[in-house]
Design a protein around this ligand. Structure first.
Ligand SMILES: NC(=O)c1ccc[n+]([C@@H]2O[C@H](COP(=O)([O-])OP(=O)(O)OC[C@H]3O[C@@H](n4cnc5c(N)ncnc54)[C@H](OP(=O)(O)O)[C@@H]3O)[C@@H](O)[C@H]2O)c1
Length: 271
């Protein structure tokens, strides 16, 4: 299995780090970036020969020529040009994986040879700490065996959920942006603590540690957030009083509205 990373920014670096951490051989990986400077930095970081298109305009074509999987990790605005650039160099059975937000499979398919196996993924940023959630929508011509190989890409960095493409925006609204909501919650918890009398630095640290602790309690396959909530919120107690206040103020509806806004924006961007 040879894997080619086109672009080695935040996202593709996280996938590559996960692969290397579970012992994937370096000599079966090729990688490119745009700038010579990035090539040096990423090359040293991963102990790999990373080639810059700035110094070798054919770098992407060379990198994909013998690949079984190509992971396109450039910004969405560059993905069509990049796909067109590598199109002639791909083997017919090479699976092209996109991590680009908002770019539909049909757009990618138009830029690539007919029937090229394609997979669109939507990873979240927690991939960088090996705890990512990844939505994966298969293209029409990709085989089950090829999908299994793509799924293995994320084994060291996240958990994959295979979904129809029309559910990817919702998946992204829940998990793609989800870490952002949690970070906002930490800040809101800290701000509330400060407003109610704690020193700001203490409130911030308490809020951060609380979410890390709660997240760690959830970090097993059989963890049940409802059971955990009930174990803390005893009847008539202080946590229940706070949760009742959240319910009365429409906490759940607030999340539904936030996801709707997220999905609407995705649709605007993908249109
Ligand atoms: N970051 C996230 O949390 C996240 C989450 C979900 C999906 N995504 C998707 O992941 C993709 C990459 O995002 P990112 O945050 O990783 O971006 P990024 O950090 O800016 O990385 C982009 C990479 O692409 C390289 N590049 C640009 N043009 C290239 C070309 N022609 N050939 C080869 N490499 C080229 C850049 O090289 P230089 O370093 O030289 O500029 C850089 O290594 C996007 O499509 C985004 O939608 C990101």
């Amino acid at each position: 299995m040879r894997i080619s990373f086109i672009g080695l920014g935040h996202l593709n670096s996280a996938i590559l780090a996960g692969l290397l951490a579970k012992g994937f051989p370096r000599d079966q990986i090729s990688a490119t970036v745009h700038s010579a400077e990035s090539a040096t930095v990423r090359g040293q970081e991963f102990d790999l020969n990373v080639v810059a298109t700035q110094t070798d305009p054919a770098a992407n074509k060379t990198a994909v020529a013998d690949a079984d999987i190509v992971v396109l990790g450039v910004k969405p605005v560059h993905i069509v040009d990049t796909a067109q650039d590598i199109a002639d160099a791909l083997k017919p059975d090479t699976t092209v994986v996109s991590v680009a937000a908002g770019i539909p499979l049909t757009t990618l398919a138009e830029a690539l040879p007919q029937n090229q196996p394609l997979v669109r993924t939507m990873p979240n940023v927690a991939l960088t700490v090996g705890k990512g959630a990844v939505g994966m929508a298969p293209g029409e011509t990709v085989t089950e065996d090829q999908l299994v190989e793509v799924e293995k890409l994320f084994n060291g960095s996240g958990t994959v959920f295979q979904l129809p493409e029309d559910q990817l925006n919702t998946m992204a609204a829940v998990a793609g942006s989800g870490p952002g909501y949690v970070f906002r919650f930490v800040n809101a918890l800290a701000a509330a603590g400060t407003q109610l009398g704690l020193e700001a630095s203490v409130a911030q640290e308490l809020a951060r540690l609380t979410v890390v602790g709660a997240g760690t309690m959830l970090d097993s396959d059989d963890a049940d957030p409802t059971a955990l909530e009930h174990s803390i919120a005893t009847e008539g107690g202080v946590t229940e009083a706070a949760l009742d206040s959240m319910d009365a103020n429409g906490f759940n509806q607030l999340i539904v509205d936030a996801l709707k806004a997220n999905i609407a924006r995705s649709e605007e961007l993908g249109a």
